[in-house]
Design a protein around this ligand. Structure first.
Ligand code: HMG
Ligand code: MG
Length: 376
């Protein structure tokens, strides 16, 4: 992985849709995922195994797993699909959904080489970084200063196509915790310490099945309940704990969009001081105050190369009132490409999807670049 490449994690189908007031049909979700898979994006957060009582918009995530495993969109690039799990029950439900989707049980097998629905090859896209021992090689240890060290963990090593294991290697999960007690309580009905305890068995189960696990730290740059001054050291401590637990990557989330460039810089300093390497991190910026791209620049200067974003700027957290969507993928792409940074994603196709899904949801398209591209 090179310093002039960025990996985008498209979170539109999960973060983007979880907060919508109108009911969103399964077909629309699957169509969104299918269209996204044609853009060159290789990481898509596709659903969430949270309690439907709290987040009904994600209630049909089992059907999404089922559809992706049985009839994956024929993507031009290897794909990884990610699902949010809040606790062991969520993880077990995810695995159950994957097991129930075992193509071997299907009367119409989907694994023949000629079949356009053949499952895609697993993602060669784990973040660069740690080896099996958990040792962290500094970025500067590679010979080419532009070259980031490659992963040797093998966690995403290819599985045979049509692999019948419960959750194929191109399925990932994300667990989540928070940097403030108030948000942790509101979002997951438990303290930070309890939520970290819930994370451990998820990671262990994921590892035992070869499933890549991401970990989110919410409200890293501001909390809807405790205000804008969240301790960067606390964020770093939680991120460090997740990495020590064995998560493959920590996505540090500005849930409220309260982050600014100096605050982002300060946060990155604390993360570095805690011994966390840039390739262990992704950044997840909500764009409530329009600062997401500015903050992204700070992260790029600090060697972070994985960013979450949402097509059309969809999104929001039901437990972060007033916060808007994630930075729009189209805006992020426009910015990164102008810097000569490669993403492998077709921004024109992404712009069309942003306009389409905004229309489907009956909401304005929140991507400035997307609208401008389509108006050209
Ligand atoms: P709880 O009510 O404390 O859980 O919820 P509980 O263990 O007491 O169980 C209560 C009921 O929920 C039981 O059912 C359980 O079986 C059921 P009952 O006996 O009453 O019939 N239950 C579940 N059902 C389905 N799936 C599950 C599950 N777990 C328990 N996984 C819980 C605790 C964490 C489950 C709940 O608070 C919850 O689902 N929270 C998720 C909230 C959420 O989805 N938030 C948005 C996603 S996070 C986010 O957006 C931030 C992010 O984008 C980064 C950022 O921007 O910050 C990632
Ligand atoms: Mg979010």
């Amino acid at each position: 992985r090179r310093a002039d490449e960025v990996r985008i994690v498209e979170v539109g189908p999960r973060d983007g849709l979880q907060n919508e007031k109108t009911a969103i049909g399964l077909e629309t979700k699957l169509e969104l995922i299918r269209r996204l898979s044609q853009t060159g994006v290789r990481n898509i957060e596709a659903g969430s195994f949270v309690a439907p009582k709290w987040v009904p918009q994600m209630a049909n995530s089992s059907e999404i797993v089922n559809s992706l495993l049985r009839h994956p969109p024929p993507a031009p690039a290897a794909m990884a699909y990610n699902f949010l799990v809040p606790n062991l029950k969520g993880m077990q439900n995810f695995i159950k959904a994957a097991e129930a989707s075992n193509p071997a049980d299907d009367t119409a097998p989907i694994t023949s080489a000629e079949d356009p629905n053949t499952p895609p090859t697993p993602p060669p896209s784990p973040p660069p970084g740690k080896g099996e021992t958990g040792e962290q090689a500094p970025i500067t240890s590679t010979e080419d200063p532009n070259e980031m060290p490659s992963s040797t963990s093998g966690i995403n090593d290819p599985a045979p196509p049509g692999n019948s294991s419960a959750a194929s290697n191109w399925m990932e999960v994300s667990l989540f915790t928070a940097a403030t007690e108030a948000f942790s309580r509101a979002n997951t009905n438990c303290s930070i310490a309890e939520s970290l305890e819930r994370c451990k068995p998820i990671v262990d189960l994921g590892k035992s099945l070869g499933i890549r696990v991401r970990g989110y730290v919410s409200v890293a740059l501001g909390c809807p309940y405790e205000g804008p001054n969240v301790s960067p050291q606390k964020v770093a401590e939680i991120a460090r704990t997740l990495l020590e637990m064995g998560v493959d990557e920590v996505s540090v989330a500005d849930t409220t969009g309260m982050g600014t460039m100096p605050k982002t810089q300060e946060l990155l300093k604390a993360l570095t001081a805690a011994g966390i390497e840039p390739y262990d991190l992704a950044m997840h910026f909500h764009d409530t105050y329009g600062q997401a791209l500015c903050n992204t620049m700070v992260c790029l200067e600090n060697d972070i190369r994985t960013f979450d974003s949402s097509v059309g700027g969809l999104g929001g957290c039901p437990y972060s009132k007033g916060a808007t969507g994630n930075v729009a993928t189209e805006d992020l792409l426009h910015c990164l490409h102008s810097l000569g940074i490669q993403t492998g994603i077709d921004v024109g196709k992404m712009a069309e999807i942003g306009a389409w899904i905004s229309g489907e949801l009956g909401r304005p398209n929140d991507s400035r670049a997307g609208k401008a591209i389509l108006a050209r």
